[in-house]
Design a protein around this ligand. Structure first.
Ligand code: GLC
Length: 637
């Protein structure tokens, strides 16, 4: 008989599930011990979400069965990883992230494998492969319309190959990040096809409505995520003569998590990905998963409960795997997913404030926002980035702006004008994304280099402007490298890749300007990375140097610890990290003119510190000078 120590704790149905799913007695004991640890809270959550349903007992067995199967199926090397990885492995100062589309970056999985050497050259330890699952051939929202989480797009390779890549990445010291698209599936996912054929079980997986009455009632309090390309939140499905909830695009059907079977089915898909070797599961569009009439249907308490329950269940089946939240919402709401629900979260606030500071030359909002909102629970870490595959939406808080005398809405308008190059003298070459004439809202698309001025400088073939653009690129990247958390690069940005306007020639992309910043791998650019005088070479060398400094210094092993120092010069950002006797003081000038200043007298600093970037000693009793967009990484031990 099984589970000796837990006997009595589990009802008979659960014991039977465990015995059947995990035949090995020793393994079963490990499982039962972990399950006993998380189950009180987990069942509390399941009851809060689904308790009223008579199916609860069935649901409990069903959930445990999914987790037990995944545990039993977990390959030995991953189980070993579960046992040996330090608990908060993702907080190590060695962490360095990057992201890419397999097809655009390396054609297919075989090609990607050949790039692992380069990932090591760059110092990567974290790689997010954009969704590479089977999806509709034409309209698929960059892979975020998933037809099957269990199959890789045939032109990229197979699921077995993906698992082999995971292994190869692990051997190279790189953790793999994969997406679970929680909010929806493609309308040709097996579940959706069954629903279309009239299967009531699968119709219950989605939110379908016989007429417009409820959709209209919901619409009153919903916003539109893609007002330009996909207005409204519901789509008529001719096969069913019903309306499907489609928050994003018409071909992405929202899942119905009020149905406990959907909670469990998606748990199964996530665990499947973990067992292919994913170390981080990125929870795509997590704010949208629960809906209640009369609300915005974003960030509802039930969404938080679901994620917490999934996270607990992962601690049983795949405890070294962590969740990363993709919540690009108000900063108060971003914070709510971090900790017990997700160990990692994008830091969209840092991202937008870096661009805001570059555009205005004023760092007040950046420093104020970070001081107010950077702190995280002890088990968590930020993903710090300057841009990703999505647009840049000005997600700072209006109240933060008001607290320092700024007007959020007019600042957003100014930034939109600046980053689309409409402001005279703007260095940025961004494109508008989803302009909403009703709200005047707009977001921005563009690569790091094009937004930071490299494209404009090349148009004018102006050497000074080129220098300034490179400094801006390294300045904002530098801040993501010194702030606590995992820095995340979009691969290609380390080589100064520019906007790719040919996206407009692809009919399925032309309406979505985000494709301008998802260019294909440029081999000429990549091959010139070691030529010190080439443009890619200059950018690559600067970024690689900063990465290697970060990885070499134990001061970066202090997890989230980051002090955002207030100074009296509003063009500067001062970031300080301390560890035992070591001290790092990063000074960054976000303005287009040189700044002369004394280091804040409130800080206890040694008389001399060494700038790590140039290996130059600085006498801190003297005034310091930073050139336009310059930075110093002052260090002492
Ligand atoms: C996330 C993805 C974005 C996608 C959306 C819908 O926000 O990052 O690219 O369009 O979800 O799945």
């Amino acid at each position: 008989m099984a589970v000796p120590e837990q006997e009595g704790l589990w009802p008979l149905d659960v014991q039977q599930v465990l015995e059947v799913s995990i035949p090995d007695e020793e393994q079963r004991a490990i499982f039962a011990e972990r399950l006993a640890h998380i189950w009180p809270r987990c069942s509390e959550i399941l009851e809060a979400l689904y308790g009223a349903q008579s199916a609860f007992a069935f649901q409990r067995t069903n959930v445990i069965e999914h987790v037990a199967h995944a545990f039993a199926a977990r390959p030995a090397d991953l189980k070993q990883r579960d046992r040996t990885r330090p608990m908060h492995w993702y907080q190590s100062g060695q962490m360095m992230g990057a992201m890419c589309y397999v097809d655009r970056y390396a054609e297919n999985l075989a090609g990607l494998r050949e790039r692992i050497g380069y990932f090591q050259e760059l110092g990567l330890t974290y790689l997010h492969l954009m969704p590479l699952f089977r999806c509709p051939p034409e309209q698929n929202d960059g892979g975020y319309a998933v037809s099957s989480f269990r199959q890789v797009r045939p032109e990229l390779g197979t699921m077995d190959e993906l698992a082999e890549i995971a292994l190869a990445l692990h051997e190279a010291g790189i953790s793999l990040v994969l997406d679970i698209v929680l909010n929806h599936t493609a309308d040709d996912h097996e579940w959706a096809l069954c629903a279309k054929q009239g299967d009531p079980t699968y119709q219950g997986f989605y939110r379908l409505f016989p007429d417009r009455a409820l959709p209209d009632a919901y619409e009153r309090t919903l916003r539109e995520v893609f007002p330009d390309q996909a207005p409204g939140n519901f789509t008529f499905v001719p096969e069913l003569h019903q309306w499907a909830w489609t928050t994003f695009h018409s071909f992405q059907w929202d899942l119905n998590y009020a149905n406990p079977a959907v909670f469990t089915a998606m748990l199964g898909e996530m665990l499947f990905l973990a067992n292919q070797g994913a170390d981080v599961i990125r929870l795509d569009a997590v704010p949208f998963i629960w809906k209640e009439l009369g609300t915005s249907c974003e960030n509802l308490p039930q969404a938080h409960l679901q994620v917490e329950a999934w996270n607990l269940l992962f601690q049983v089946a795949a405890p070294s795997v962590v969740f990363k939240s993709e919540a690009i919402v108000h900063p108060d709401d971003v914070a709510k997913y971090i900790g017990r629900q997700c160990q990692l979260s994008y830091n969209p606030l840092l991202m937008v404030c870096l661009w805001e500071a570059l555009a205005t030359g004023n760092t007040s909002l950046l420093v104020y926002s970070m001081r107010k909102r950077f702190a995280l629970p002890a088990n968590a870490a930020w993903i710090n980035y300057v841009r990703c595959h999505d647009d840049i939406g000005w997600g700072f808080a209006n109240e933060d702006c008001a607290e320092i005398g700024l007007d959020g809405p007019s600042l957003r308008n100014e930034l939109n004008a600046f980053f689309t190059g409409r402001t005279p003298g703007s260095f940025a070459r961004g494109l508008p994304f989803n302009y909403n004439p009703r709200t005047n809202d707009m977001r921005i698309s563009g690569t790091l280099a094009s937004l930071a001025g490299l494209e404009a400088a090349r148009e004018g073939a102006d050497a000074t402007a080129l220098d300034l653009a490179i400094r801006r690129i390294t300045l904002v990247t530098g801040i993501t490298l010194v702030a606590g958390g995992i820095p995340l690069l979009y691969l290609g940005d380390e080589l100064g890749t520019l906007n790719d306007y040919t996206y407009a020639l692809t009919p399925t992309h032309v309406e979505d300007s985000r494709w301008v910043h998802r260019p294909a791998f440029e081999s000429a650019r990549w091959e010139s990375r070691h030529q010190a005088s080439s443009m890619p070479g200059r950018i690559f060398r600067a970024i690689q140097h900063m990465i290697s400094l970060r990885k070499a210094l134990p001061i970066f092993d202090t997890g989230n610890q980051t002090e955002w120092v207030v100074g009296d010069n509003h063009h500067l950002v001062t970031v300080r990290r301390r560890r035992q006797g070591q001290q790092l003081l990063v000074l960054a000038n976000f303005s287009a003119s040189p700044q002369r200043f004394s280091v804040d007298s409130l800080m206890t600093l040694p008389a001399y510190m060494m700038d790590l970037l140039t290996e130059t000693p600085y006498d801190l009793s003297q005034l310091l000078t930073l050139p336009a967009y310059g930075q110093l990484w002052l260090y002492s031990e």
